[in-house]
Design a binder for this molecule. Structure first.
Ligand SMILES: [Mg+2]
Length: 340
């Protein structure tokens, strides 16, 4: 990230030294727990009877999932690692509770960057109601960051599984799609400006309140977050539910910033909205109309855009785009594929 050697490297500070630097952040939250930071395990009070625990883990590897762009802040990296995990919990309507982090760091990593990363991670988790309990630090050839978050799903709430979509359901998305992929393209091109798009890439927000409101107000729904692109993730939902997800491409919501940027650089904004990754919006299927879903969110004080983009149909499982003439074209996933 910096071209200059760090003022202090993690190798020079050592593991215990690094842990004591980071423990200031941890001990702010863990003091009241039966067993807090600095032991083999953390011990928390038992979950409320009837509640279910919801677990997720996400990893970000330097060079694979992120790069240190000139001018990027290590705190954003921590916030994004938190947001990607929180987004998974959002897709099940869970309330985030506790988190554990694994830091794989090169020996010459700058301690100041590690601290900034940790502070950003803690800030995002705290804002979501989760407590960072600690974790593990290891030496690694490049930055390798892994976070586990546990959330709670309240008694009686439905499980919004990917396999829960049924023929006749409407297909909905929150927010706008393709912004993050455009933001990444701006960064890769070394361009400036387009703050909204770059922000959507570097500083995504998990739709926690939206996920909880949807699960609390709909009896049966299928839901997932969009991390690898609508085409890729939508096909996963189709396969899990054994249904056809039929989209009307014209309904996929685009931000004015994306439309404007795409026109200026000669890109198709719908292509980015269908295949771009890291939107961290929610994709959901439920037996409701668009006005009904919007009303459910509005009743809970949530003004986030939610748009019906298609319908669930019976038939060969897959994600299809319906043309004006009524023909369906199967969408091949071109989203982010791991291990390719
Ligand atoms: Mg996910």
């Amino acid at each position: 990230m910096s071209e200059h050697p760090p003022a202090q490297s993690v190798a020079a500070l050592g593991e215990q030294g690094l842990l004591s630097r980071l423990s200031g952040i941890l001990s702010r939250h863990t003091g009241g727990l039966p067993l807090g930071t600095g032991d083999d395990c953390a011990i928390t009070p038992a979950a409320t009877p009837g509640n279910r625990l919801v677990w997720t883990l996400d990893t970000m590897v330097e060079g694979t999932h992120f790069r240190f762009w000139p001018g990027t802040h290590a705190g954003d990296l921590g916030r994004k690692l938190a947001a990607t995990n929180l987004s998974d919990l959002a897709s099940k309507g869970a309330a985030p509770r506790f988190a554990l982090v694994s830091l794989g760091l090169p020996g010459d990593a700058d301690v100041a960057l590690v601290e900034a990363f940790y502070a950003g991670l803690d800030e995002e988790l705290t804002a979501a109601g989760a407590i960072l309990l600690g974790g593990d630090t290891v030496r690694a050839p490049q930055w390798c960051l892994s976070l586990t978050v546990v959330g709670e799903l309240g008694e009686g709430l439905p499980i919004a599984a990917r396999h829960a979509a049924r023929p006749g359901d409407g297909v909905f998305v929150t927010g706008t799609l393709g912004d993050s992929a455009a933001g990444l393209a701006v960064l890769e091109g070394g361009g400036s400006g387009h703050e909204f798009l770059v922000d959507r890439h570097l500083r995504p927000t998990a739709r926690l309140a939206e996920g909880r409101a949807l699960v609390a107000s709909i009896d049966r729904l299928a839901m997932m977050d969009l991390s690898d692109g609508l085409a890729c993730d939508g096909a996963r939902l189709a396969t899990a539910s054994g249904v056809r997800v039929v989209l009307d491409g014209r309904l996929v919501p685009l931000s004015p910033a994306l439309t404007e940027w795409a026109a200026a650089v000669g890109r198709d904004p719908r292509e980015l909205a269908l295949h771009g990754g890291e939107d961290y919006e929610l994709l959901l299927c439920a037996p409701l109309s668009e006005p009904q879903v919007r009303a459910l969110l509005a009743e809970r004080g949530i003004a986030t855009l939610i748009t019906r983009i298609g319908t669930i149909e019976a038939g060969e499982p897959g994600l299809f785009l319906r043309s004006d003439g009524g023909d369906d074209r199967k969408l091949e996933a071109k989203g982010f594929e791991h291990f390719t």
